[in-house]
Design a binder for this molecule. Sequence first.
Ligand code: PLP
Length: 379
Amino acid sequence: MIHGKTSKITQSVHAGSHEYLAHGGVVTPIFPSSAYDYEGGRPLQYPRYFNIPNQLAVAGKVAALENAEAGVVFSSGMAAILTTLFSLLKNGDHAIFQRDLYGGTHHALAQEMPRFGIAYTLVDGADPANFEKAIRPETRLIYIETPSNPTLKITDIRAVAAIARRHGLLTVIDNTFASPVNQNPIDLGIDIVLHSGTKYIGGHSDLCCGFAVTTQDLTQRILASAINHGGSLDAHTAWLVERSLKTIVLRVRQQNENALAIARYLKTDNRIGQVYYPGLEDHPNHTVARTQMPGGFGGMLSFEVKGDAQVFMAKLALIQRAASLGGVESTITSPARTSHVKVSAEERKATGVTDGLVRLSTGIEEAEDLINDIKQALA
Ligand code: PLP
């Protein structure tokens, strides 16, 4: 255990780990056991009960980084999102979601919620009042994602949390794009923070996991459903996630710097249309982003290529075309063809996901090398 308040970078190295050290080692060992002795007052331990040592170590670390009391690690971000929603909602309930969401979440809502008799409304998150207007007597929760995927819209977290509190509703946020380094929504009044750990938490494009971190009480409520849904993470991957988390602050700081440098350059190049990055002073919600993202504006940006976006992406030499994000290597994608391919053309249009839009996930390379790669591809 760490005593007293320490900085985020110290927590990223030490939080969650200490009680599992053995034989004088400084690293949590991998506990691959799926069968545990239950005598002697021990709790029933089992991978699908989400309570084996490697799972607890990473859940504790992400909870510490998010200033949460506790949390759960899942086998994917979607497992974290849907298990959380199904643990809080039941037949007859209503929920409010921000319209600009990760395409997979959008698709999952459309496919799963109506089948279980759960109604939902999508609202434009730009104005927090839209959430309040959508509240009905049977509304139970408000769900937001900021910065949003892929157009980096910013929702005012404090304002949404205050509305929810006034109406006795729970609040859930997908904090994947910001990472726990840049934005800690629990400090701003949000109840539950979700992550696709596949992105910045894993950080090396080599694993898949998810997190839900919150209070002790809500963690127990989520766990009660999680044990039934069964989206648990194996010990080996959990161990790798813990290793990755030790460098998350260093990685994300560099990614923040790179994204800002690239966004500033793109604004000066007339072959580029709209540039979406919350760190740019002319982003419509830059002031809000500044107050709720004290760590930085993140490593994600998107922009419109005036020529053929597919040709531009094919010409990039250093930046790789790949559908995921948050890794140490810079990657680029066409959201209309990847993350949002299952979202209807109409909904894509409404949220600005045009065919010319490309989404860049900046890695930890030298910013100048990345800018030079973009310049040569545009030429
Ligand atoms: N949330 C966001 C913002 C994402 O970008 C993704 C995946 O791209 C997810 C959730 C889903 O996470 P996973 O793919 O780990 O299930």
